[in-house]
Structure formats: C-alpha cells, structure tokens
Design a protein around this ligand. Structure first.
Ligand SMILES: *Cc1c(COP(=O)(O)O)cnc(C)c1O
Length: 371
C-alpha cells in the first residue's frame, strides 16, 4: 500500500519565491481587487493563449456560466437544452437563471451531447443550448451551430474541462455565442479559484463587466441586477505565474496519459473514450469505462483502489438530472446513454507530479482484479 494518499488530482503551483515576488507590488498599490492591473494583464494573456477575441475574467467557473447565461436576457421559464452528464454547476447555472433545463442524451463514444437528439427536444420555448466539452472532448460544434442557426438559439459552451484545447486549429472558446472556463484549483490551469467567459461580440464584454460588479454602471447608477464575480489580484497573479509553467505541466500530464492509454488498452473489458483527431488534448482527466466483462464492476475497481489509498472519482455519477434537487422536475429525452456512462465511468488520478511509478502501481492494482 502507498503511504501517501493519491487523489484524483493535485493543484499546480508556481515556485513559492516566484509567487511571493510577484505579489510584492500589491503592498505598494494597495489595489487588491476591482479590475486591477493584474486582472487586465491576465485577461490579455488568456485571450492570446486561448485564441479567443474577447474574454472576461470571473471569480470562478460557475459564476462565469451563470453570468454568461444572464447576459443574453432570456425570458423567465424558457427552455435550455443541455446534458445531464456533467458537474452539477452546469444545471445549477441554468436553473438559478430561472430557466428550465431540458436534458439531452450523450454519445457513448466520448460523453458529449448527442447532437442527433437535440432537434427533437426543441419547442417554441427553447432559447439556448448549453453543451459541455466533457473531459476536454470537443462537442460536434458544427452540427450544434447548424441547429442553433436554424432555430435561432444561442449556444453557450461549458468549456470548464477544455482549457487550451484547439479544434481544427481554432481556440475551443471561439465556438458558439460564449464559452466558459474554470480555473479552479483542481483544473488543468488554476488561479486558486477563478474562471472566464470567452466570446466574440464586444457588447458582451460591457455587459459582463457590469454583471460581475453588481450591475453598477456609474457612481449613482445601478442598471442591472448583477452579482459580485470579480477576480481579485492575488488570484490573477497566481494565474499569470501558473501560465508561465503550463507547458511543463502539460508535458508531465501527457507522459502519464500516454502510459495509461497503452496499459488500459491491453485490458479486456476496460475501455477508453474516443479522441477527436481534429482536436488537441489538454490531458485534464483520464476517464475509463469499466464493464463487468473485465471481471469487476466500476464500483469494485473504485473500492479496490480506495483500499490502496488511491482515490479515483466517479465523474459523473449520479447524473445531474438524478440529483435530489432536480429529480423528476424537468423534461428531457430518454437519457439512456448518459445513465450507462454514469454507471461505468471512472476517472483515474492524473497530474504532472503523479509520476510513472505511481501510475504503474495504479495499473497493477487494477490488473490484479481483472480476469
Ligand atoms: C469545475 C466545473 C465547473 C465550475 O467551475 P468552478 O470554477 O469550480 O466554479 C462547471 N462546469 C464543469 C463541467 C466543471 O467541471
């Protein structure tokens, strides 16, 4: 047994001295938040890195999604087609905007929304589609855009998992009307807590700037019912520092990823998800589908790893549609594939410092249990 607990991920951090040096100027300026110089600088750097036209930094990925949806001013009670195979934040953001999620099924091949099932769910109340690039797997952005254009719907991508992913040479955040990213401590790139909305229409920048600062327009004017979703300067500096080391982090992750892929593909009954050949990868997660034919259920593999101090995660089980707060409240398609995936999915530990040795140990523990 490993003496150290191995969690599904470990937050990337810059060298301590580098961060301490970088925050020193704050003791001179005393400007700690409210769109300071580092907020502006990180927005600029991320626009470039993500290859998007416009970007608005936020306090976290959830508020990025909530405010991105609010920015389009949909009528109360309108319907939004989305996926139940996601982190609960996606569904929360829709419902907290007084909109109704309509759950669409996903594809077993990669876990993204099944674009062939979207049109059947559209009614006169539908206003938007909120798909998720789950695990950084790119949705069928062309077909989703075709449907959105045909029915005059907005597309807002939950791109929380897809930081830095390019599809056909374009930044993933440049598709749809807006895309949100999460910079939470557990994501590929972090600002401790943080997030952003990417888009191309500059009018949305003004709107989001306003919404993330209580809707304050001028000293004596509040024009919108906004929230407080501003990223502070300490977090922005963390982002600037982490961005400098991102290539090293990605190289470390790729090594583990390639090793896992090779090892897992040798095991009968444990399956990898499809990789889109037109998309780059950010090695954010390592999802596998564990079928009983390997000799163990997903839960048995999960428990066996846990007994060995290895904490894999069942992302995403249960489906958001099945959570207590949403159960039986909203309509949707028969989400049969999503249920199947939720039952068999397991995310193996994956981060740059994990090391091939520990990854090898994880594979060995799995292999000892299978046929
Ligand atoms: C992490 C995540 C979010 C929320 O981001 P936070 O920064 O944690 O608020 C939203 N959607 C998905 C799919 C996520 O994984």
């Amino acid at each position: 047994m490993l003496d150290k607990k191995i969690l599904v991920t470990q937050s990337s951090m810059p060298p301590y001295e580098e961060y301490i040096e970088a925050i020193k100027p704050l003791w001179d300026s005393h400007w700690l938040t409210n769109m300071g110089v580092y907020h502006k600088e990180l927005e600029k750097q991320l626009k470039e890195y993500l290859d998007v036209e416009e970007l608005s930094l936020m306090v976290n990925g959830h508020m990025a999604l909530e405010l991105a949806i609010q920015a389009f001013e949909f009528p109360e009670g309108a319907e939004v087609i989305t996926t139940p195979f996601t982190f609960v934040s996606t569904t929360h953001a829709i419902v907290r905007n007084h909109l109704q999620p309509v759950f669409c099924d996903v594809k077993l091949s990669d876990g993204t929304i099944d674009e062939t099932k979207i049109e059947d769910l559209i009614t006169e109340k539908t206003v938007a589609i909120v798909p998720v690039h789950v695990y950084g797997n790119v949705c069928n952005v062309e077909e989703i855009q075709r449907i959105a254009d045909k029915y005059n719907l907005k597309v807002i991508y939950d791109s929380a998992h897809a930081f830095g992913v390019k599809y056909k040479g374009r930044g993933i955040g440049s598709f749809g009307d807006a895309s949100i990213f999460s910079f939470h401590a557990t994501k590929v790139f972090n600002t401790v807590e943080g997030g952003a909305v990417a888009f191309s229409d500059h009018k949305i920048y003004e709107k989001l700037y306003n919404l993330k600062n209580f809707g304050i327009r001028g000293e004596e004017l509040v024009s919108d019912i906004g929230a407080n979703a501003k990223m502070n300067e300490f977090c922005a500096i963390m982002g600037i520092c982490n961005l400098k080391h991102l290539n090293t982090v990605l190289a470390g992750r790729k090594e583990i990823y390639d090793f896992y892929r090779e090892e897992i593909s040798e095991i009968d009954g444990i399956f990898l998800l499809d990789e889109n050949v037109n998309a780059t990868r950010n090695y954010a997660y390592f999802p596998v589908l564990i079928k009983e034919e390997c000799g163990m259920s997903r839960d048995e593999v999960f428990e066996r790893l846990r007994e060995n101090n290895i904490f894999a995660r069942k992302y995403f089980y249960p489906l958001t549609a099945d959570q207590a707060c949403f159960k039986n409240k909203y309509r949707g398609a028969n989400i049969i594939n999503a249920r199947e995936m939720a039952q068999h999915i397991l995310i193996l530990p994956m981060y740059a410092e994990l090391g091939i040795k520990v990854a090898g140990r994880i594979i060995k523990i799995i292999k000892q249990g299978v046929n």
